[in-house]
Design a protein around this ligand. Structure first.
Ligand SMILES: Cc1ncc(COP(=O)(O)O)c(C=O)c1O
Length: 464
């Protein structure tokens, strides 16, 4: 009887173990362990392995090369769904919607996504729950000194800015630093506000921020050249934005007034322009967005000569925002470590090849057109690549040449191309901007639509 009882118990125990193993194998265990986080089973994953497993699982979701699934994306059937590029749809982004417009409007720098996929291992970061919970670093500052060191290293490798003996301030993208710069350069004690100017065509944020902040200390006065011709005697209380290379036309701009300047160097990287030498201005602003393509990370930095200006900058960032995210700073550090590998050659060669290829293909299409022209590009020596080369700007500044085409954005729109009209940059609508820094799919569609539009010119001549 006793033997019989032991035997039954043994069989029941085996059955329970089999059932439990099946339950764990089918994933029920995940839910169970999630409810009981201190209990592990089988060969437990460490917290880094668990994080890696999650990240790798989402990276393995196939979106047919026309989209990406993200860990923080929308969930369907328990897993994140593919986020498709424009004009692609379906659960795996494999369906191209015919007749879809080519959207070349935004300056989203997705063209560098493939580089970071190729460098997945070197650029990934694991952030534990307890990472830098404090407002401050151990040295009581709001900025990582290690990151600052890497930014200085990067500038010295690229040769695009002098940083020795200069102060540095980080911001939430360069956008935040643009308004900090206006605040820092404006005169607080003067009876009238400082005048803020920029040369047409200019990046619209200079105006919209200055107007939004609506300060007693500064006001937006519009175009630099117009301001100069109307105010020849008084250049003292003017803050001039100098965007070099310029958005939208890629020109390497210089100051017109030679007074207080904010050099916006968002695009002063070898992908977009030859680097003729290091910039050495009183106040220079850079952004990660157009350097590595991580616009979503929201990180920029200012390089400042004057101590008083630096302190006003710090005061602005401290009072308005209490500094910037420590998680962001960790991620940027990781990205810059990759950026400076092999003296920056892999990143900048990749980015420059991409931009040059896009310009070559685009100019080949537009060379057949008399209806559309683009900005002139001139050869210049590039110290970084040690060769003479053409600029490969982030944007094409298109001009419609026909008298009747005075709204170039509308002309392109009729050809199924979305661009950014000249008026956005305080210029004439005879001009419009096309972005060349979006995804490869976006670029291919843009080229297709432009080719169709240009071929209409040939057809209209043949039918005349
Ligand atoms: C000339 C220029 N400056 C600044 C910015 C802002 O960049 P972010 O705020 O992403 O650093 C941009 C973005 O397109 C830009 O074109």
């Amino acid at each position: 009887m006793k033997k019989y009882c032991y035997g039954t118990c043994f069989l029941i125990s085996i059955a329970i173990n089999i059932l439990f193993s099946i339950y764990l194998y089918l994933g029920g265990g995940d839910r169970w362990v999630a409810k009981n986080p201190d209990i592990t089973y089988g060969s437990p994953l460490t917290w880094t392995e668990k994080a890696a497993e999650e990240a790798e699982a989402v990276a393995a979701i196939s979106c047919s090369g026309h989209g990406i699934a993200f860990l923080d994306g929308r969930i369907s059937d328990g897993q994140p769904v593919c986020e498709c590029y424009d004009c692609y749809g379906g659960t795996d982004c494999s369906e191209l919607s015919p007749g879809c417009a080519a959207d070349a409007d935004s300056g989203d720098p997705i063209f560098l996504e493939p580089f970071w996929m190729q460098n997945a291992a070197a650029s990934a970061v694991v952030i534990p729950g307890w990472h830098r919970m404090s407002y401050r670093y151990a040295d009581d500052t709001l900025m990582s000194t290690e990151l600052e060191t890497y930014i200085r290293k990067l500038h010295s490798i690229v040769g695009n800015a002098i940083t020795e003996g200069r102060y540095m301030v980080f911001g939430v993208g360069s956008s935040q630093l643009l308004s900090a710069a206006v605040y820092a350069l404006s005169s607080e004690n003067s009876s009238s506000p400082s005048n803020v100017v920029a040369s047409i065509p200019f990046y619209p944020m200079y105006k919209s921020q200055t107007v939004l902040f609506n300060s007693e200390n500064f006001q937006f006065e519009g175009d630099t050249n117009s301001w100069q011709s109307n105010n020849q005697t008084n250049n003292t209380d003017v803050i001039e934005f100098v965007t070099s290379p310029n958005n939208p036309d890629g020109e390497l701009k210089k100051s017109v007034l030679g007074g207080k300047t904010i050099y916006d160097h968002a695009y002063f990287w070898p992908h977009f322009t030859p680097i003729p030498g290091p910039s050495d201005h009183d106040l220079m602003i850079f952004t990660l967005s157009k350097l590595t393509g991580h616009a979503g990370t929201r990180f920029g930095w200012a390089i400042i000569k004057d101590k008083d200006v630096y302190e006003k900058f710090l005061n602005y960032i401290f009072t308005a925002y209490l500094g910037i995210s420590k998680d962001t700073q960790l991620r940027v550090l990781k990205l810059l470590k990759v950026a400076i590998e092999q003296d920056g050659k892999p990143l900048f060669q990749f980015a420059y090849n991409k931009m040059r290829d896009r310009w070559d293909r685009l100019t080949s299409v537009l060379s057949k057109s008399t209806r559309f022209s683009t900005q002139n590009r001139h050869h210049l020596h590039c110290n970084f690549f040690n060769k003479t080369r053409l600029p490969s700007p982030a944007y094409v500044w298109v001009k419609c040449e026909r008298e009747e085409d005075d709204d170039c954005g509308a002309v392109l729109e009729a050809g199924n191309i979305i661009s950014r009209s000249g008026r956005v940059f305080s210029a004439k609508d005879r001009y419009t901007r096309l972005s060349l820094i979006k995804s490869q799919d976006d670029f291919e569609l843009l080229l297709k639509r432009l080719t169709e539009l240009v071929s209409l010119e040939k057809n209209s001549i043949e039918t005349m």
